[in-house]
Design a protein around this ligand. Structure first.
Ligand code: SF4
Length: 502
């Protein structure tokens, strides 16, 4: 692993190699099955889960509809509380703002609490180029950083590693980043946690600058919220003199009362806990308590483009709980790295192509990284209809069409290599629009059903599809013919059947 997403292959090629890695598949299967069972139990405890889910979706929808208003309210509140707000159009701008802010402090080391937004912008690499070292302090992120690896899960970035591997990484790498691990370190979880605790404590006590993300931002008071399980985040948020928070603009909620819904649904969906062990909130600066300087970098990076798509915008409701990853059969086998983005799994398959655009082979392949089984939609605490967005994005890949890119309405060309799919879809559409042709086709298929081959080996790239799929044998009689035969010509159904039923 190179520690960067740049130049990663398309999903099918990356997944082809990861699915052959039996150790990776074993690690993933064990972890996702454990957490999915616990989540189901934690959710069942709440009698009003369906209402909470609907409330979360409605709250996010309303906030997204008035995003400009709430962001301005947030900026006023943060500034009024002694903080400073910076607006970043894209990843490059966000990284430049953060690097400049760190330089102004005169420091060259920073501590970080897990932040998806800064993974999205590639902040660590940008800071390294500016001569600044960023130390990850979330335990799983630390494992990823020491292993020169990439995160493979939203909540448990090192889910693809087992205890043996973590012990080896700690033994080999901790010493070159700070306090070394004990020589006789075993793979006992308590020993591993203690080694990480001592290593990180040294970092926390020396750090003058902290960098964080946030799970939520409350517009009415300008308050940022981080929920976590370890307490490392709280150290990172309170000990340094300067705190820089980089947050996606969609993380906003209007009021504290709105937060109440998400503080119930997020922990149960993510870690199967009734509430998070640590919920930290901070509002600007406070004399003699916590950081004396606070900067909020509000990140767009494709979010307003996503908002312009009336189907795709529901991806912005995501609260990053990772429940959809833990139930996804594709994620379980392919692993997170195959998605080539800090957002893997079902949410990654719809969010990444919208944030980055679908010009690259990798991004155009992501809407296909799904079996469309719908398990992701069932578990999503904000009811994002991921299958609907996947199909919508597939249509854009195949047919092209209009989209907003960097604020401009543009026409996207159909992706190369989808000519056959386009032809098949057009033929299917024509058939559905011409019921007589469809009836004739169904009857011919029924009468020749014995001649239908079990497999249809297609040439070229189509072979990857046809090699692994059986062709279902047509029924001896079509539904329409059965209906007419059993209900007779006088029934309502047969009346429509004779006409232009669609
Ligand atoms: S899409 Fe839904 S289930 Fe998946 S991470 Fe986001 S909120 Fe959780």
């Amino acid at each position: 692993m190179s520690g960067t997403y740049l130049g990663m292959p398309s999903f099918p090629r990356a997944a082809a190699s990861s699915t052959r890695d039996m150790r990776l598949r074993g690690n993933l299967r064990h972890a996702t099955h454990t957490i999915r069972a616990k989540r189901a139990q934690a959710v069942e405890e709440l009698g009003d889960w369906a209402q909470l889910r609907a409330a979360g979706a409605a709250l996010k929808n309303r906030t997204l509809r008035h995003l400009d208003h709430y962001l301005e309210q947030l900026e006023t509140a943060v500034t009024g509380a002694g903080g400073q707000v910076h607006w970043a159009r894209d990843a490059e701008e966000a990284n430049r703002i953060v690097a400049d802010l760190v330089r102004e402090t005169g420091e060259s080391d920073v501590v970080k609490v897990k932040s998806m937004a800064t993974q999205e912008t590639g902040l660590n690499e940008a800071l390294a180029k500016a001569g600044i070292s960023a130390y990850e302090t979330d335990l799983a992120e630390l494992i990823v950083q020491l292993g020169d690896d990439l995160p493979s899960h939203i909540l448990v970035p090192a889910i693809h590693r087992n205890r043996d591997q973590i012990r080896d990484i700690f033994r080999e790498k901790m010493g070159s980043w700070g306090r070394a691990a004990p020589k006789n370190l075993s793979d006992d979880p308590a020993e591993l946690a203690e080694a990480a605790r001592l290593h990180l404590r040294e970092k926390f006590l020396n750090a003058k600058v902290g960098i964080s993300g946030a799970n939520f931002m409350v517009a009415e008071t300008g308050t940022l919220v981080v929920v976590e399980s370890e307490g490392n985040g709280r150290m990172c948020l309170t000990l340094p003199e300067t705190l820089i928070s980089v947050v996606g603009i969609e993380k906003i909620v209007p009021t504290w009362q709105d937060l109440e819904v998400f503080l119930q649904t997020l922990p149960r969906s993510s870690t199967a806990e009734r509430m998070n062990p640590y919920t930290s909130t901070w509002t600007g600066t406070t004399d003699e308590d916590g950081p004396s300087a606070f900067h909020l970098v509000l990140l767009d990076n494709g979010r307003t483009d996503t908002l312009a798509d009336t189907v795709g915008r529901q991806a912005l409701r995501c609260i990053r709980c990772s429940a959809c990853l833990n139930v996804c059969p594709v994620y379980e086998r392919a692993g997170g790295h195959a998605y080539g983005s800090p957002y893997p799994g079902p949410i990654g398959a719809i969010l990444t192509p919208q944030l980055r655009g679908m010009q690259s082979e990798l991004d155009a392949s992501l809407p296909y990284a799904s079996s469309l089984c719908g398990a992701c939609y069932e578990v999503c605490p904000v009811a994002i209809d991921i299958p609907e967005v996947l199909v919508h994005l597939r249509e854009r890949v195949v047919e092209g069409g209009t989209a907003t890119v960097r604020g401009q309405r543009t026409t996207i060309k159909p992706a190369k290599g989808h000519a056959a799919e386009r032809a098949v879809m057009r033929a299917a559409r024509w058939t559905f629009e011409h019921p007589r042709a469809m009836r004739t086709g169904q009857r011919i298929a029924s009468r020749t059903r014995r001649l239908t081959p079990r497999r249809l080996p297609l040439p070229g790239p189509g072979r990857a599809w046809s090699d692994s799929r059986d062709i279902p044998r047509p029924a001896p009689e079509s539904f329409r013919d059965w209906w007419r035969r059993t209900r007779g010509s006088g029934s309502a159904g047969s009346g429509r059947e004779g006409g232009d039923a669609r």
